[in-house]
Ligand binder design. Structure first.
Ligand SMILES: *Cc1c(COP(=O)(O)O)cnc(C)c1O
Length: 398
């Protein structure tokens, strides 16, 4: 345990952990399940092109989200790009999206030749809401891209009602809310479609991959063609804008094995979250973002607000933690409208987003973080608080 600031790795001590403790989920499903699924594609000698495991996965995911259709892709990124290209109103140039969000979201707009019109977030949910989206709508709006925050959900109903009234297509990026429910139904059913990721860092690990859920049959059919070059028959291009964005069979095998393990994973996540909750509660200046347990939730990420009374800056806190091999991350920071961008975008003045993007950090979670790790992380944070004055002095002197 670290008792004096000389024990801190940033000041020359040994790091608390030998291997990095990350905020990536990296869930590892049962190898036997993965191998059993993999033996199916091996026996059938079908490795890709809408094979039996991909079809099985799509069926299970549609049932999981209680939607009629699910279409898988090679990544969440390309699922977003293709869904936007199908749904966006033609001849319009802007896409409404939050700025406090996924780091590559503006690239996704650029692939569709759309300019992001960044909107504010509600300081309580850290997400876009009806009012902030409405303030960004104009004659050029092609689509609303509503993104769920890392903890809990955005105001799904409010944004959906706005999109219906104004007749603007609405796509949800629900990557962070795979397992969540709303009072009105499971995430996956809202808007024109919802997008999810199967990246190893997300709740359902397919190594890489993504999928879309929808009740719109035409959209599902078009996207199933677009992900495979737009081919309907040999050399007959049925839809424009096609590319190769298919999921393959081995990724589907991994995702199916992860789905088999999902309930156990959520139970493990809940245990980690409960421990963080009890250990962080007595530390003044750090406020854990709590999951809304009145609805289904995955308890996946540990997000903490550094309050004004926390005596170290976020940047210094992160530097100290990183030296200890605690790979804590700033929450969606800097916000997208503050980043240098090579492509077209609309300058935005977003004071709430600016403030919020400096206040939060993610602490280690997921499959490689155990109870002992969490106790050590909490003890270190307590130690930082106690020694904050001398830490700040030391940092100023350096
Ligand atoms: C990870 C992520 C994506 C992209 O998913 P990939 O499968 O990694 O391409 C999109 N949106 C959000 C909110 C994400 O966290």
């Amino acid at each position: 345990m670290k008792n004096s600031i000389a024990d801190l790795a940033l000041f020359g001590g040994n790091s608390l952990f030998a291997t990095p403790k990350s905020t990536s989920n990296l869930v590892r499903p049962d190898i036997e399940h993965f191998l059993a699924y993999s033996k199916q594609f091996h026996a059938q000698r079908q490795y890709t092109n809408n094979g039996p495991l991909v079809r099985q996965l799509e069926k299970r995911l549609a049932a999981f989200h209680q939607t009629e259709y699910c279409v898988t892709f090679c990544s969440g990124f390309w699922a977003l790009v293709l869904a936007i290209s199908s749904l966006a109103r033609k001849g319009k140039s802007e896409i409404v999206m939050p700025s406090l969000t996924y780091r590559r979201m503006a690239d996704i707009a650029a692939w569709n030749n759309l300019k992001p019109r960044f909107c504010e977030v509600d300081p309580h949910t850290l997400a876009m809401d009806r009012a902030s989206a409405e303030a960004c709508i104009n004659d050029a709006t092609a689509l609303i891209l509503c993104v769920h925050p890392i903890v809990n959900c955005c105001d799904t109903e409010g944004v959906a009602a706005l999109a219906r009234e104004r007749q603007i297509p609405l796509l949800f990026d629900a990557v962070e809310s795979v397992y969540e429910s709303q009072a009105t139904g499971k995430v996956g059913q809202f808007g024109d479609a919802e997008i999810f990721s199967l990246h190893a860092s997300k709740l359902i690990n397919g190594f890489e991959g993504g999928y879309l859920t929808t009740n719109n049959r035409q959209l599902a059919e078009d996207l199933a063609l677009m992900r495979g070059f737009g081919f309907k028959q040999v050399d007959h291009i049925a839809v424009a804008g096609g590319m190769n964005a298919k999921l393959n069979e081995v990724h589907a095998a991994m995702a199916l094995a992860s789905l088999d393990d999902l309930e156990q994973q959520v139970a493990r996540n809940r245990a980690r979250y409960r421990l963080y909750q009890s250990l962080l509660q007595p530390i003044p200046g750090l406020q854990l973002l709590e999951f809304d347990e009145t609805q289904a939730t995955s308890y996946k990420n540990i997000v903490v607000r550094l309050e004004a009374s926390w005596p170290l800056s976020r940047a210094d806190t992160l530097r100290i933690l990183h030296a200890e091999k605690i790979v804590a991350r700033p929450y969606y920071s800097p916000a997208l409208h503050q980043k240098a961008m090579a492509y077209a975008h609309i300058p935005a003045d977003l004071p709430a987003t600016d403030k919020l993007s400096g206040e939060f950090m993610l602490l280690p979670c997921g499959h490689h973080v155990d109870e002992h790790d969490i106790r050590q992380i909490a003890a270190l944070l307590t130690m930082l608080l106690q020694h904050a004055a001398s830490i700040n002095q030391e940092l100023e002197a350096a």
